[in-house]
Ligand binder design. Structure first.
Ligand code: DAH
Length: 343
């Protein structure tokens, strides 16, 4: 029967064409030629209806089998070609090594000074203090005169000053000048903290630099006593070193702008029995403090009979060196990245 021959030859031709198809386009041609509605297999199906019932029963299953097998073979081939295409595309790409070294990205961070200043300010802000500042280039009046250090006062010799060629101008030797500037502007009650650079004409070594950082605090109100000062300083040191049991002690000290004046020591936060930081004494010197001298209040026009206050000054440079274990003060302003990247 010729239709059976046709089935065989179409099957052979289909297999041949399918085997030859190596890309999507020729595969599509195979589909159109054999499997589409106008294709060869559909043509055989159409011819089926002209057959006698016996022939139909004979040929029908053969045709169905051909159709089914051809469609399966086609799908398999299509998948295989797709996989080959993807593999070929992958091979074209340059290899990407996920273990490859990438240089660490450089990110900046705050200078140790800035970090400590922010901590310090936060503690004092939490106690209701206001943060203020003043100029580094000062005049004689704010740096000395109004702080009860007149021209002839021997205390001027305590601080080796960088005088400018401008008459009466200098680089401030301490941030105490900010006290005066604030009291000129604001009436008591007031509580301020100021931090900033100070300058002294000194030979430099591992523990002296001609520029360094200080913090200055001032509180003016009615009935302020040494008790208020000591409680404030103790609370501050305890907060900054996160030690509730840290104690402070004072020794008599002379500063022209306070009376009485004290030197403040803090219990060494680093040891129990003496270490190199406290030079085995268990105490570390932290700065000077006292009750604001009435002369200072007079200079800024505050009534010393009505108001009293305390002031304290601390070397922040020393503080930062203690905190981070820095052994040479000159590193802090050196701008050396190898040094700065450690913090
Ligand atoms: N201004 C002083 C200095 O640079 C430090 C100081 C001492 C500040 C006693 C004060 C104070 O406010 O009461 O050495």
């Amino acid at each position: 029967m010729s239709i059976k021959n046709n089935i065989n030859s179409i099957e052979t031709a289909f297999k041949q064409a399918l085997a030859n198809a190596q890309d999507a386009q020729t595969l599509e041609e195979v589909r159109l030629k054999f499997l589409s509605r106008q294709g060869e297999i559909a043509g055989l199906m159409a011819a089926l209806k002209d057959l006698s019932p016996e022939d139909k029963r004979d040929v029908g299953p053969l045709l169905n089998k051909l159709k089914q097998q051809a469609e399966e073979a086609f799908t398999q081939k299509k998948d295989a070609l797709e996989i080959m295409r993807i593999q070929a595309e992958d091979a074209q790409r340059t290899a990407f090594d996920v273990t490859a070294y990438t240089p660490k990205r450089l990110t900046g961070h705050l200078h140790p000074y800035t970090q400590v200043i922010e901590q310090l300010e936060n503690v004092f802000i939490s106690m209701g203090y206001q943060i203020t500042d003043g100029p580094e280039l000062e005049d004689d009046y704010h740096n000395f005169q109004a702080l009860n250090i007149p021209d002839t006062h021997p205390a001027r010799d305590m601080q080796d000053t960088f005088w400018l060629t401008l008459p009466g101008k200098l680089m401030r030797t301490h941030v105490s000048s900010v006290q005066i500037r604030t009291m000129e502007q604001q009436q008591p009650p007031l509580a301020i903290l100021a931090t900033g650079r100070c300058f002294r004409n000194e030979a430099t070594d591992a523990s002296h630099d001609f520029v360094f950082m200080q913090a200055e605090g001032l509180l003016i109100d009615k009935n302020i006593s040494m008790g208020n000062l000591l409680a404030t300083l103790e609370a501050f040191f305890q907060a900054i070193f996160e030690r509730k049991d840290l104690k402070i002690r004072t020794r008599p000290g002379y500063f022209p702008f306070v009376e009485p004046g004290v030197e403040v020591d803090m219990e060494c936060p680093f040891c129990q029995h003496g270490c190199s930081v406290c030079k085995k004494t268990r105490w570390v010197e932290m700065g000077g403090a006292g009750l604001v001298h009435p002369n200072v209040l007079h200079y800024v026009g505050i009534d010393a009979n009505q108001y009293t206050g305390f002031a304290f000054g601390m070397g922040l440079t020393r503080f930062v060196m203690l905190k981070y274990g820095i052994n040479d003060i000159r590193l802090l302003n050196s701008g050396k990245l190898d040094f700065l990247r450690q913090f």
